[in-house]
Design a protein around this ligand. Structure first.
Ligand code: ADP
Ligand code: MG
Length: 376
């Protein structure tokens, strides 16, 4: 097992910069997830750690040793891709043992490693099958098994669940969590799916356009997003964003003139500065008195267990709010409140505004939904 440390890692493809000055320290045994939109550089970062690409600048260390000049095979890591790339003519057993065979390991040792990996992944009954006789989930397990038998010091996974259907992805998420508990190995996992990131990660690294936007635990990113980008990326449905302006009294004003108190100190912000107010749909309070807004309901979205109303707002963007229960009919208008401690503010560059000694939202759990809503 090993810690992984990146310092100033930059990657250019010709004149095009893809990663810019990545600094990141991953602890031994940590499960770190790289998340971000397609094309932000996640796979490239993983391939740099694996040694499949060389950095244009910066150092990569694994287990305290700089590996920039080491071949992938010498780095002691194993990588699992979205496409499983199993050898179609070999049985599962031979697929699992192939890397050890190449290393010239004794037969008995290979057999023991294969049995152990198969038991870990619950595929012992499939050892004599060929890949074509396996389901997608089983193939993915074999691909992971091929990584496990090598006993790498770190596992790298590049969107390993993207090819699976939703039910299987959920099942495999659970298995990845179990696998990490069982092996205790350093795991770096790439996904564009924020739910995978939130459920699996000890820490999440949010990437955007080749830069790190924020590194933190799932709870930190959810409660205290450092930028508007992170705020919008983590959480579903997405955080609501409303255009506001700072008032002379240290509050903010919506487009229709409604004044909102946020609890965020705007001491350093000139009045009339344009800002963005952020609030998550699940933190909007139906009814309520503080920061009250009343607006027409444009749409109700029911997802079975959770229900959302979309309100038309003066700013133009619909404002989503979670309802405690499914309404019998679409309310014409809804009165909502924005709990100050649940409000986020972002400046024009997208940076979150913070109080000097802010406590986290989770430590002041307020925003509990009042039952019922107002119909006019
Ligand atoms: N070998 C390459 N040559 C040129 N550009 C590349 C190469 N590999 C990736 N890129 C570019 O680098 C950017 C990041 O790609 P990638 O790391 O695959 O993103 P992600 O995995 O986050 O979707 C993309 O714009 C992609 O087109
Ligand atoms: Mg990718």
């Amino acid at each position: 097992m090993a810690a992984v440390e990146l310092n100033g890692v930059t990657k250019m493809f010709g004149a095009v910069g893809v990663l810019d000055g990545i600094d990141l320290a991953i602890a031994d045994g940590e499960f770190v997830v790289f998340v971000g939109p397609s094309g932000c550089g996640k796979s490239t970062l993983l391939r740099l750690i694996a040694g499949l690409e060389a950095p244009s600048a910066g150092t990569i260390a694994i287990g305290g040793r700089v590996v920039n000049d080491l071949e992938p095979a010498e780095r002691g890591i194993a990588m699992v891709f979205q496409s499983y790339a199993l050898y179609p003519h070999m049985s599962v057993r031979d697929n699992l043992g192939f890397a050890l065979k190449l290393q010239g390991k004794p037969r008995a040792e290979i057999a023991a490693a294969v049995e152990a990996a198969a038991a870990t992944l619950d595929i012992a009954h499939l050892l004599d099958r060929k890949p074509k006789a396996l389901s997608g989930g089983q193939r993915q397990r074999v691909a992971i098994g091929r990584a496990i038998v090598r006993q790498p010091s770190a596992f790298l996974f590049d969107e390993p669940l993207s090819n699976l259907d939703a039910a299987l992805r959920q099942r495999m998420r659970y298995e990845f969590a179990q696998l990490h508990d069982q092996l205790g190995a350093t795991m770096i996992y790439v996904t564009h799916d924020q739910i995978e990131a939130m459920t699996l990660a000890d820490r999440i690294v949010v990437l955007s356009a080749g830069r790190i936007e924020q590194i933190g635990t799932p709870a930190e990113l959810y409660d205290r997003p450092a930028t508007r980008f992170v705020a919008g990326f983590i959480g579903a449905p997405q955080m609501n964003f409303l255009p506001v302006t700072a008032t002379a009294e240290g509050k903010v004003r919506l487009a229709d003139g409604t004044v909102i108190a946020t609890g965020i100190d705007l001491g350093g912000i000139a009045s009339e500065t344009p800002l963005t107010l952020g609030i998550r749909p699940e933190h909007v309070v139906i009814g309520g008195a503080v920061n009250r807004i009343e607006a027409p309901v444009a749409m109700i979205e029911s997802l079975g267990a959770s229900h959302f109303a979309y309100l038309s707002t003066p700013g133009g963007e619909p404002l989503a709010c979670q309802l405690a229960e499914q309404p019998h009919e679409r309310p014409g208008r809804l009165a909502i409140a924005l709990p100050p401690e649940r409000c986020h503010l972002f400046d024009e560059s997208g940076q979150a505004l913070r109080n000097a000694s802010a406590t986290t939202a989770s430590s002041q759990l307020a925003g509990i939904h009042e039952t019922g809503y107002m119909i006019e």
